[in-house]
Design a binder for this molecule. Structure first.
Ligand SMILES: [Zn+2]
Length: 146
């Protein structure tokens, strides 16, 4: 077996070291297999990742404030009837809700179940859960709506 494939030279002192060495055993340089360009590229990548994350978070925060989904009220909740379609429910509430759970057993759409949550207008955490089966309301539950 030829181990020389695993060896390279330290970019700082020129000594022979393992490609996997984190620190050069000869001169103590960190990441001795990395050229300065690679180090710089790595730092630029890290900076870009942080910067992009920051921008994405900013967009999310601003987006949420700009278009807060309409919250469900108790009277809207009471108008939702068994057998209504998802789009009818969205129309009553005025927003699309959040899909919390979807179960599709692949035995036909009439057996596919989705549970949507709409945040309520009452206290923090108040909400309504509407269960759809085959696209129609089969159950509804609410907590804290006003
Ligand atoms: Zn070295």
């Amino acid at each position: 077996m030829n181990y020389s494939n695993d060896l390279t030279t330290c970019k700082t002192c020129g000594g022979t070291i393992s490609k996997n060495a984190g620190v050069c055993p000869h001169c103590g340089a960190h990441e001795p297999t990395w050229s300065q360009n690679k180090k710089r590229a790595f730092l630029v990548c890290i900076f870009l990742i942080i910067f992009i994350s920051f921008v994405v978070i900013l967009i999310c925060v601003l987006g949420d404030n700009g278009a807060a989904p309409e919250k469900i009220t108790l009277s809207e909740f009471n108008r939702i009837q068994t057998g209504m379609s998802y789009s009818e429910v969205c129309e009553i509430i005025g927003s699309k809700g959040e899909l919390m759970s979807a179960v599709d057993l692949d035995i036909g759409y009439e057996y596919a179940t989705q549970i949507y949550t709409w945040w309520g207008n009452g206290y923090e955490g108040s909400n309504a859960n509407i269960t759809f089966q085959g696209g129609k309301v089969v159950a509804k539950a609410q907590i804290g709506l006003e």
